[in-house]
Design a protein around this ligand. Sequence first.
Ligand SMILES: [Zn+2]
Length: 351
Amino acid sequence: MRFADIPGHEQIKSRLTGAIEAGRVSHAQLFTAATTGAGGDKQNAALPLALAYIQYLNCPDRTDGDSCGTCPSCQKISTLQHPDLHFVMPVNKQGKKSGEAITSDAFLPQWRTAIAQTGGRLDEQTWYDILGLDNLQGLISKREADEVIRKLSFKSFEGGFKCVLIWLPERMNTEAANTLLKILEEPWERTLFILVSASPRLLLPTILSRVQEVVIPADPTTGPPTEETGEEFELFVELMRLSYNDKHLELVKWAERVAHLGRERQKRLLENFIRLLRSSFMISAGLENISYLWGAEADFCRKFAPYIGAHNVEGLVEEMETALGQLRQNGNATIVFTHLALAVSKMIMHK
Ligand SMILES: [Zn+2]
């Protein structure tokens, strides 16, 4: 897949290619869409952009910020048949015997067809439908993680990067995550991990702290209107400003305003809040170069970062997650957001 095959997203494309041109290729990256959740854009461009990124990285004939699409490397990558490109995705099968290990490789033909047919805009349920799982869920097992380590221990077939693309890493069980953690901690030379997640919140913090996050902004063609995204950011700024100034009455009004939004938007709002908090924390920890923010978000998070640190980031994210859980169980939105706003204000303090 070439970048040109993916409409829009010019800013992120030039960031990605610019980083490669500057020789900044982080060994573990997490591609994720800015708006996820049931009401969000499930068939987002995170996977297509990850594939275009890998193709660009390996192409010897890059021109005009894109891979050539015709060299042997591009052809093998675009058909998902490159010997140094490995795929891991959640899999399962009906009537699996206990103790029977199934790994992604057995489902590569379905995977190639699914990507070819959707242009990579694939969501989890569609994938499970293709596998005929009915109400079974896919998973990424310890056996799969062992297999990844085994494959990476070989020399690169074509002399370039060895690359593992893990689609929906949130489906790894703990043993699988712990196995991969070791290699994420101490990367091997010219080995690249690309994680493409639909729910980064579900990833273990130990994994999250080892990956560079690439947040794909809402897609103007299929995603929610950017006006909404702008309002969500505004609501985040408002919450943090009122919290910092201890404006309790206005915080309650803020909560009432949010309570009037639709339930799906409320969930997406919280997911975006968590993302912004995490980015601010990275900046405050001196890891700004690994956080992909721009525009108004970058400006705000840079100013806000001094108020976020190890002392409060976990508590804040925990409050957001509790609120998310309560919304999922149909909790009363006014109560949920009022509690959240007051809890946040206790944790955002003058220094
Ligand atoms: Zn090429």
